[in-house]
Design a protein around this ligand. Sequence first.
Ligand SMILES: NC(=O)c1ccc[n+]([C@@H]2O[C@H](COP(=O)([O-])OP(=O)(O)OC[C@H]3O[C@@H](n4cnc5c(N)ncnc54)[C@H](O)[C@@H]3O)[C@@H](O)[C@H]2O)c1
Length: 367
Amino acid sequence: MSTPPLRGALIGYGWIARHGHVPHYQAAKDVTILAVADPTPACRDQAARDFPHARCYADMASLLAAETELDFVDICTPPCWHAEYAIAALDRGLHVLCEKPLATSTAQATAMLQAAERNHRVLLPCHTYKHAPVVRAVRKLLDDNRIGKVHLVTLQTFRNTHAKGIADWLADWRREFRYSGGGIAMDHGSHTFYLAFDWLGDLPTGVTAHMTAQGDWDTEDAYSCTLRFPDGKLAMAQLTWTAGVRRVYYTLHGEHGAITVQDDEVELCVKGEPLAGGNGAVTWSYEKIACPSDWMDASHVGWFGSLFDRFQATIAADQPVSAELRQAWMCVHLIENSYESARSASVARDLSAPVVALSQPAASGRP
Ligand SMILES: NC(=O)c1ccc[n+]([C@@H]2O[C@H](COP(=O)([O-])OP(=O)(O)OC[C@H]3O[C@@H](n4cnc5c(N)ncnc54)[C@H](O)[C@@H]3O)[C@@H](O)[C@H]2O)c1
């Protein structure tokens, strides 16, 4: 027997909602959008064109007051509202899909986890990169034990500008701390850090960071950090909005090989037999795997169906606080601490005593 479609509302109808989420909602049979909330008239007009049967509201409180048939909300506002809106929806008994970053402070993220637990409703962060074909290919190589246990990862994200929001609202909100809670680390760091947690199979215990900003903005545009993990494992990340290219480079180093990712291409390198001479030299074998992932499309619309399947599966599994949610909490906690580190001459910050229970093992990474 087929289950009835999930009934949802979109909160914030800007760039990611329209280009990253809506195409799936319009095409899928198992979800229906009943309502939209956005303070910007042009966005509500667009929503009315995209979903002629949906009701449009200027704010989320009015939507929650009027709508009685909802199963979930999908929060696509700038981060400053994520916590308040997610908690309001959870307290109304709704499931919540929330864009990254989960929140702009540890205190907010903790309150969100507690609201999910208290109401027994799913709160799932949009950890979209886990659903990229190239990241799935890396997960398969790790599951097949091709490089052994991973002890070091490097993650670089190069962008030639900050992403722009829609012009009808405030295109440069990412550079204003009051809306974004931070610069490139707050905006992009979640994607970097949940991949690091997944690949190292752990959560970090410490962070040291540096950051800089050009121009008059109050948020950073270049950022680097080192994360310490249990058993001496390490992740090093570099993120910038001032690069001369748009690209991601990731490397994973394991007991008997390495995986390198450059946008759509994965290279596997495996250590072979010792060479004669006894100076430690060995043979190496290389394998290239092409995984078209459409990195240039920042909406990542092609990955959203898999993410939404994960949201539905988490609801079906009755799992309010999933491994992804714990990872999202740690992303916010570490970004907050890394800002403290960067502001205080890059002193190391301790992450090993989290204020919420994170005892579950890190997610296997399989969406
Ligand atoms: N997962 C990803 O890869 C990805 C990619 C892009 C953006 N995002 C995230 O999506 C969120 C939105 O980013 P965007 O690029 O779509 O921004 P945007 O500026 O294009 O859209 C923001 C929308 O929110 C609306 N809004 C503003 N205040 C509101 C309020 N109080 N209540 C309801 N709506 C309000 C604006 O009118 C606008 O329509 C951010 O959290 C961002 O980090 C995620």
